[in-house]
Design a protein around this ligand. Structure first.
Ligand SMILES: [Zn+2]
Length: 246
C-alpha cells in the first residue's frame, strides 16, 4: 500500500553550549544543536512528534542551557505555514519525557498524547542522575503534567495511523520510542534521542545520556532491521530541511 505521509522537521529552538556561570554572555556563542518537533501530514489526522520546551527562561533556569527561540520558532507558530492551529493536532507522540521533548504538550488541547508506559514510570521517579532531564526539581511541576489527563500509556510497538507506527526503542531512556513513517518515497524513522545527529548514527555513537548501553545496542539493531532512513533528534542539518517523503 502506498502512503502519502510527509514528515516536516520544525525547529523550535537553537542551543548554544552550557551556561558558563561566570560569563552569561555565552548566549552569543555559536549554536551547537537544535530542538525540533516533527509534523506528520497525510495519514488523516495531523500528528506532532515531540513538543519542545516551555521557554528560553525555563531552559536557562531549570536546565542551565542557553536556548535561542525567536517568535517564529514557537512550537505552535511553526504550524502556521501549514494552515494549522494548535487545536488541529489530533495526536501528539512524545519520543520520551525529557524536558526538551514534551514540555509543550499542554499547548495542543485536542490531542491525545502517546507515551510509552515505561517512560511515564521513569519520569515519575527517574535515576538520580537523570532527575533534572525530567524537570524533577524541588518546587517544580514538570510541564508535561499539565496535560496528563490526555496522556495514553503505550506498551511496545503500536500502529497509530495508516503508515505511522510507534517503535519501542529503549536505551537513551527506559521508554524511548521512535516513529516509523511509511511514505511514497521510502520509510523514515524519527529516532528520538537514541540518535542525536547524523554523525552519531553513521558512527553508531551512543547518546551522552543513556540508561542502558545493552538496551541501546539492541535498539540500534532493531533500527537497522527496519531498513529505513533515520531522522535524528538534534541535528542542525534539519533546520530548514525539506520535508521527508515528499
Ligand atoms: Zn532526551
Amino acid at each position: 500500500m502506498t502512503h502519502s505521509n510527509v514528515i516536516h522537521p520544525l525547529c523550535v529552538g537553537l542551543f548554544a553550549g552550557p551556561v558558563d556561570q561566570d560569563n552569561q554572555s555565552a548566549g552569543t556563542a555559536t549554536y551547537v544543536s537544535a530542538m525540533f518537533e516533527y509534523l506528520i501530514l497525510g495519514s488523516g489526522v495531523p500528528i506532532l512528534v515531540d513538543t519542545g520546551t516551555l521557554s528560553e527562561q525555563s531552559a536557562s533556569e531549570r536546565q542551565h542551557r542557553v536556548l535561542h527561540r525567536p517568535a517564529n520558532m514557537d512550537p505552535v507558530r511553526v504550524l502556521e505555514p501549514f494552515g494549522l492551529t494548535a487545536g488541529d493536532i489530533g495526536i501528539v507522540v512524545n519520543t520520551h519525557l525529557h524536558w526538551d521533548h514534551c514540555s509543550g504538550n499542554d499547548r495542543f488541547p485536542g490531542a491525545r498524547i502517546l507515551v510509552q508506559r515505561a517512560e511515564v514510570a521513569h519520569a515519575i521517579d527517574p535515576l538520580a542522575e537523570h532527575r533534572r532531564f525530567y524537570d524533577k526539581i524541588s518546587g517544580i511541576t514538570p510541564a508535561w503534567l499539565a496535560a496528563w489527563d490526555r496522556v495514553q500509556a503505550v506498551d511496545g510497538d503500536l500502529r497509530i495511523a495508516p503508515g505511522v507506527t510507534l517503535i519501542a526503542l529503549p536505551g537513551h531512556s527506559p521508554g524511548s520510542q521512535g516513529v516509523l513513517v511509511e511514505t511514497a518515497n521510502g520509510r523514515f524513522l524519527i529516532a528520538g534521542d537514541n540518535v542525536n545527529t547524523y554523525h552519531d548514527w553513521i558512527n553508531r555513537q551512543p547518546p551522552r545520556v543513556i540508561v542502558s548501553e545493552e538496551a541501546w545496542n539492541q535498539s540500534v539493531r532493531r533500527i537497522e532491521m527496519l531498513e529505513c532512513e533515520v531522522i535524528p533528534s538534534h541535528d542542525l542539518e534539519l533546520v530548514d530541511h525539506p520535508p521527508f517523503g515528499a
